[in-house]
Design a protein around this ligand. Sequence first.
Ligand SMILES: [Zn+2]
Length: 313
Amino acid sequence: MAMHKPAHCKEVGAAAEVCVRAVAAAAASARRQASHATEWHSTYGAIIVGMKPPKMGSCALCLNFRPLELSHFLPQGVSKRLRSPRGPVTEPILVTRQVSISTSNQLRDHLLCSSCEKLFDQRGEDYALRQMNNRGRFPLLDRLRVSPCLDFSLREGVYSGSALGIDTEKLAYFALSVVWRGAVHTWRAADGQNVRPINLGPCQETIRQHLLGRAPFPSQVAVVVNVCTDFESQVIAYYPTPRLGIPGMAYAFLACGIHFTVFTEATDPSVRRVCCVGSAEKLIFSRNIKALTYRAYGKLAATSRPVGALAGQ
Ligand SMILES: [Zn+2]
């Protein structure tokens, strides 16, 4: 809801001024008692001006024609975790091939209805966000650090998600929801360039049905979760990009210390055995991927030009 400034309300007469005072009083009351924030409707009369009509359209997930929310490609909670509490640059730095800019504006567009946003939140996003690194507190990594590996002879940490009570199905749901968002919509980055779309092929509809809760986890899909032990990967996020040099088609993205790889043609048994949903132990991995993160970031940074507050740094 948006409300015009009081000066605008005066134009519609004294009655509107009464309305403004009533709304101000109601707002003060609401601040004092947040749990009763909506009760002022029964106490005060109000005329509200300046409300924007909702953007109507076909929800990409349920396909119903409804008011559409401003959906994020990566959840807003990711960028919140990447803010700096101090210093001249507090907002996360968005890096593209063209520019590097400190901004709170993330990739978002009218994509989903409120019911489907809620579904995403409840079935994966909220849980995944709570596991990520948040200014030095990293619940998922902390959990693994005090837990036994499945095999100490391996160089990388391999854990049983089911034994440790980690909800790997929610992590996988979150990963699929992000990659799917990249496939069903053309997202525009801060430099005005379109993000390269993801091609899920025949998997796209199967994944949509799963995200809606109408189908089980797709049999041809695998999700591998790696919890990053290196600091660099814990303070960076990047959008899904194709993974090359591995069996089948796969996309990977990083969000505050959790690296997800989504295989969309997981026919190779070796891939299926490491899936956090398809494996018997609900496997989850922990390792240092600093080199991989730098490689992904370095390609962009080589041509990216600092602008705004960053230009003077
Ligand atoms: Zn919907």
